[in-house]
Ligand binder design. Structure first.
Ligand code: CAA
Length: 381
């Protein structure tokens, strides 16, 4: 078994790292503080082919494999977790389902600009009363001739403040639970569509998280994504890819924090020598790098499983579960190595610590990942 990147993947990793260090890093601290949505970053990422990494070139994407996608999200998140999740959502939760379930007309009209980064997408599933249990959503879609009329509210929508388009999930019949859910491609300029202001959060503060409201929003039936009642499958299969993205984000956050801690430990002197000379710090660094590599390998395995074309819910859930909890432990140790300096805003490490926390929550909490993993194990024995 060979576990190494191809020459193209190495080249991609180097060029994205350069872009992240030169363009994304200088603004990361500022946008975390102000909450400004990094729209220009998204457009620049699109120019580089990073908005639709795995989408074939004929539909505006870069035509690369899922491991390349994981490398992209890791490198961007290594310097800015907000930018990482914005890119991850556009790639996995918006471009991927349109590619997989969309009609040629939908791909032509929406996928091409999304994959080129000329349009930004968001994924509107979660509602105030339906987070871990999306089969319970209350947004309704009522058929009226060649249109559907949508009414309802969504919460915690990443990129919602700035998105040009949303994949909206609504139910045609609540009694059917998941079998009533239907997906729609909804441009943000549709009459009846509105969004709230950006939520100030513990971390990933520049990711444009907000509420969406739909009031008598009329959507042509031609903008339904997949069949009526197929929306739950659209959402779940998109979330498999999304979880690969969040695992990659968590690895990137941990890697960024680790590099800060390693650097600091060689500069900072106490008791007359760099703190990296002390075994306590050396053991921290050894544990951190080992955990990051373990999470990265699980994440690469999930990427490989996605590339094989079969369902990869198990691998994606395992990678997200482990990588997000690993990021929590690693960023906490990175902060500890910084001592009091780690706790003040002047240093980046407190941002990494705050950013890591959400990876255990969005795109399915750790508890939901454990349900996915155990259901899979029980059903496949
Ligand atoms: N791919 C395809 N089909 C799938 C699937 C998948 N990964 N997972 C489930 N399905 C299908 C099942 O086969 C089943 O099909 P049938 O009707 O043919 O039998 C159907 O979907 C229902 O499956 P379950 O009975 O397993 O569904 P459930 O209601 O018990 O829910 C769950 C399972 C895993 C808990 C799911 O509800 C879940 O993932 N919850 C978490 C939701 C979540 O992750 N939300 C994140 C919001 S988006 C976000 O955070 C983005 C952001 O902004 C960053």
């Amino acid at each position: 078994m060979r576990i190494e990147l191809s020459e193209e993947q190495h080249l991609l990793q180097d060029s994205v790292r350069q872009f992240a260090d030169d363009v994304v890093r200088p603004r990361a601290k500022e946008i975390d503080e102000t909450g400004e949505f990094p729209r220009q970053f998204f457009a620049q990422a699109g120019e580089l082919g990073l908005a639709g990494v795995t989408i074939p070139e004929q539909y505006g994407g870069a035509g690369m494999d899922p491991l390349s996608y994981s490398l992209v999200i890791e490198e961007i998140s290594r310097v800015c977790a907000s930018s990482g999740v914005i890119l991850s959502v556009n790639n996995s939760l918006v471009c991927d389902p349109i590619f997989k379930f969309g009609t040629e007309a939908q791909k032509d009209e929406y996928l091409k600009p999304l994959a080129r980064g000329r349009m930004l997408g968001c994924f509107a599933l979660t509602e105030p009363e339906a987070g871990s249990d999306p089969a319970a959503i209350r947004t309704t879609a009522v058929r009226d001739g060649e249109e559907y009329v949508l009414n309802g509210n969504k919460v915690f929508i990443t990129s919602g403040t700035d998105a040009d388009l949303a994949i909206v999930f609504a139910t045609v019949d609540r009694d059917l639970r998941h079998r009533g859910i239907t997906a729609f491609i909804v441009p943000a300029m549709t009459p009846g569509y509105s969004h709230g202001s950006h939520e100030y959060k513990l971390g990933v503060n520049a990711s444009g998280t907000t509420e969406l409201a739909f009031a008598d929003m009329r959507i042509p039936a031609s903008q339904r994504l997949g069949g009526e009642g197929e929306g739950f499958k659209v959402a779940m299969s998109a979330l498999d890819g999304g979880r690969l993205g969040i695992a990659s984000q968590a690895v990137g956050i941990a890697q960024g924090a680790f590099e800060e801690a390693l650097d600091y430990s060689t500069q900072r002197e106490q008791f007359g020598r760099p703190i990296a000379d002390f075994q306590a710090i050396q053991f921290y660094l050894a544990d951190m790098s080992t955990e990051i590599d373990a999470a990265r390998l699980l994440t690469w395995k999930a990427a490989w499983a996605k590339g094989s074309g079969r369902r990869f819910s198990l691998e994606a859930a395992q990678a997200k579960l482990f990588a997000s909890e690993m990021a929590q432990r690693v960023t906490s140790k990175a902060l500890q190595i910084h001592g009091g300096y780690g706790y003040i805003r002047e240093y980046n490490v407190e941002r990494y610590f705050r950013d890591a926390r959400i990876a255990e929550i969005y795109e399915g909490t750790s508890e939901i990942q454990k349900m996915v993993i155990s259901n899979w194990l029980v059903q496949n024995t």
